[in-house]
Design a protein around this ligand. Structure first.
Ligand code: C2G
Length: 153
């Protein structure tokens, strides 16, 4: 039984996360995922839109994920690998080389990220749709309309 372990925030769950999970699951039999708590996100300098509880529910619902657990610190990985009896630690290559020290207790694998999608880009797109921005855009359109009328175009 080969177990793979990975970690992340997984905010605004998207196809990049899903591709990662499917690739990792294909490496073995069981995939366990550490999900950054809101408090640990603050340590990482991140603030997710989706709460920890909902990020856990979404990731745990995926067919290719066998179990999830909270990630509260940078230091817990070694203990988690032993507790979950993981043979492979895998993560996206934006972390290339950062976790090589775990190589004495498991295989460490960095997989290519999925280009063109990220929680940050999705959040940026959503911010344009926020009600305040829509009101601003509407005001600008109304102003353009009245200017056009003035100019008789
Ligand atoms: N990822 C990906 N493709 C994307 C976006 C993300 O493959 N388009 C991968 C990342 O490489 C990472 C995982 O999805 O392996 C989770 O990414 P984040 O939610 O941004 O998590 P991160 O902040 O990288 O947390 O202790 C490790 C950290 O908790 C990792």
């Amino acid at each position: 039984m080969t177990t793979i372990i990975t970690y992340g925030t997984f905010d605004l769950l998207h196809v990049g996360h899903l591709r990662l999970f499917e690739r990792l699951k294909a490496m073995g039999d069981r995939l366990v995922v550490g999900i950054s708590t809101d408090e640990f996100n603050a340590v990482k300098g991140k603030k997710s839109l989706i709460t920890f509880e909902n990020r856990v529910a979404l990731v745990a619902a995926l067919r290719c994920v066998d179990s999830v657990f909270p990630e509260n610190s940078w230091e817990q990985k070694r203990g988690d690998i032993i507790r979950h009896d993981a043979q492979i630690f895998a993560i996206g290559d934006d972390w290339q080389g950062k976790f090589d020290e775990l190589g004495d207790i498991c295989k460490v694998v960095y997989v290519p990220r999925t280009e063109g999608v990220s929680s940050t880009e999705i959040r940026r797109g959503l911010s344009v749709l926020s009600s305040g921005r829509i009101a601003e855009l509407k005001q600008a359109i109304d102003l353009l309309g009245s200017v056009a009328k003035e100019l008789g175009t």
